[in-house]
Ligand binder design. Structure first.
Ligand SMILES: [Zn+2]
Length: 450
């Protein structure tokens, strides 16, 4: 079989960053070797000083198809992913119609994805008010795990779960051995804040911030940890925003509870103090908090309490961001991040003394482990899928619409100067993105949990 050798002075492997060659045979990594050990006859691609990172895995993406393809879709989401250095997306079970809460709905999603993906994908299943009896069937049908909401998700078609409904679901979840990802905000503190703020001016960001208080996250996480102790299921907290929850999560790990945590690039980059009034492009839930909070989240990454970084890529048609009235009460909450997450993270991480190896751990290896594909994805190592990114960490660029690549080119990052450029992305040994172009056919396929 034909061999290819990808040379770089900085190959990011689990053991460290080193000069060498990534030797690829067919769709797999055959080995990572020293520069003078390239097998004779291999086709050489020399990337010089540009780094080779493992293909990134995004365990939190809203592709919204079938049913809301006018928001996003498999073609556009995977195109943005390829341009951003991602080679595997795990799709959230909501915003699409039908929501992925039954095997029938999962099959509809598979049909929608057929032959249209530039990168690989997997599905999360939903846990909603009334689908307890579908949970194990979804696991058998190949979902990576499950997602539920403790608060109204802001959209119809996917219900939140009450404590009783969650308790009815948890024995099924525990039997599958798969993780349950939870949107951890409780309605109580959010509802009372909304009442208090009824007459306030909702074009002010600080009003929105007060409407999603830390207390909602803290009480939800404490509640979930007690359930985790009782039912012994794998708990994953999505998009942690409130840093006050970190000591609780750290103690839960010390106790040995099977809990993992993610945060998102927007919480690690933006700060509440600098969001202009009416700038609803910054709206997401839970909200972007203070600069001090942001630094504590970085500390959570440093100390390992936060395992991974996922985008929560959640686009919508531009008019749903209510650009004319600028009201944080009526705008859709969600930020699209797939095409920019790597440079955003590298810009912020490199300022704080982190390196490419940390980025690979947070954005490739960690999410792959959560999705259960850590034996095939998320590392540059022998036997793994030949998924990788050619990344120039020294170059800078200014974010413009042409770099976004998802369906609607709106973003709170427009105009920002970022550090680190994705030069090319390879999926199973073949280029799916190179210097602004998307060569070849859509070869992305579903990776099913076994
Ligand atoms: Zn989400």
């Amino acid at each position: 079989m034909n061999q290819q050798a990808f040379l770089s002075r900085r190959i990011v492997t689990p053991e460290g960053v080193r000069p060498g060659a990534l030797v690829v045979e067919g769709e797999l990594i055959r080995d990572v070797v020293a520069p003078d050990r390239v097998p004779a006859g291999a086709e050489i691609h020399d990337f010089g000083d540009a780094a080779i990172l493992p293909g990134l895995v995004d365990s939190h993406v809203h592709i919204n198809e079938p049913g809301r393809a006018e928001w996003e879709g498999f073609e556009t989401a995977t195109r943005a992913a390829a341009a951003g250095g991602y080679t595997l997306l795990v799709d959230m079970p909501l915003n699409c119609l039908p929501a992925t809460t039954t095997v029938h709905a999962l099959e509809a999603k598979r049909a929608a994805a057929q032959n249209r993906c530039l990168v690989d994908w997997m599905a999360w299943g939903g846990v909603v008010a009334d689908n307890q009896l579908h949970i194990e069937e979804l696991a058998n049908a190949g979902v990576a795990g499950f997602k539920c909401f403790l608060i109204h998700p802001g959209i119809d078609g996917f219900t939140m779960v009450t404590e009783a409904q969650l308790r009815a679901a948890l024995p099924h979840v525990a039997r599958t051995g798969l993780p349950l990802l939870v949107h951890a905000e409780l309605p109580g503190p959010v509802d009372s804040a909304a009442q208090r703020l009824g007459g306030a001016d909702w074009s002010h960001y600080h009003v929105y911030l007060q409407s999603r208080p830390e207390e909602a996250e803290l009480s939800a996480i404490a509640f979930l940890l007690s359930l985790c102790r009782e039912y012994k299921f794998r708990l994953h907290i999505v998009h942690l925003s409130a840093c006050q929850a970190l000591p609780l999560l750290c103690a839960a790990r010390a106790e040995g509870l099977p809990v993992s945590v993610e945060t998102c690039p927007h919480y690690l980059h933006f700060t509440a103090e600098t969001i202009p009034n009416g700038a609803t492009l910054f709206e997401c839930a839970p909200p972007i908090r203070s600069a001090e909070n942001r630094e504590e989240l970085w500390k959570g990454l440093r100390e390992g309490t936060i395992d991974l970084v996922a985008t929560d890529h959640s686009p919508c048609p531009p008019e749903m961001k209510r650009p004319t009235e600028g009201s944080f009460r009526t705008a859709w909450g969600g930020i699209a991040g797939l095409s920019l997450a790597l440079p955003v993270m590298y810009t912020e991480a490199s300022k704080r003394g982190f390196g490419l190896i940390d980025i690979a751990r947070w954005m490739a290896e960690g999410p792959a482990r959560l999705a259960g594909c850590q034996e095939r994805k998320g590392r540059l190592a022998k036997g793994y899928d030949a998924d990788f990114v050619i990344f120039d960490p020294e170059s800078e660029f200014v974010v413009s619409e042409e770099r976004l690549h998802y369906r609607h080119p709106v973003s709170p990052y427009l105009g920002e100067k970022l550090r680190g450029v994705v030069q090319a992305t390879y999926l199973r040994g073949r280029p799916v993105y190179a210097k602004g172009e998307f060569p070849g056919k859509p070869i992305g396929r579903e990776y099913q949990h076994e």
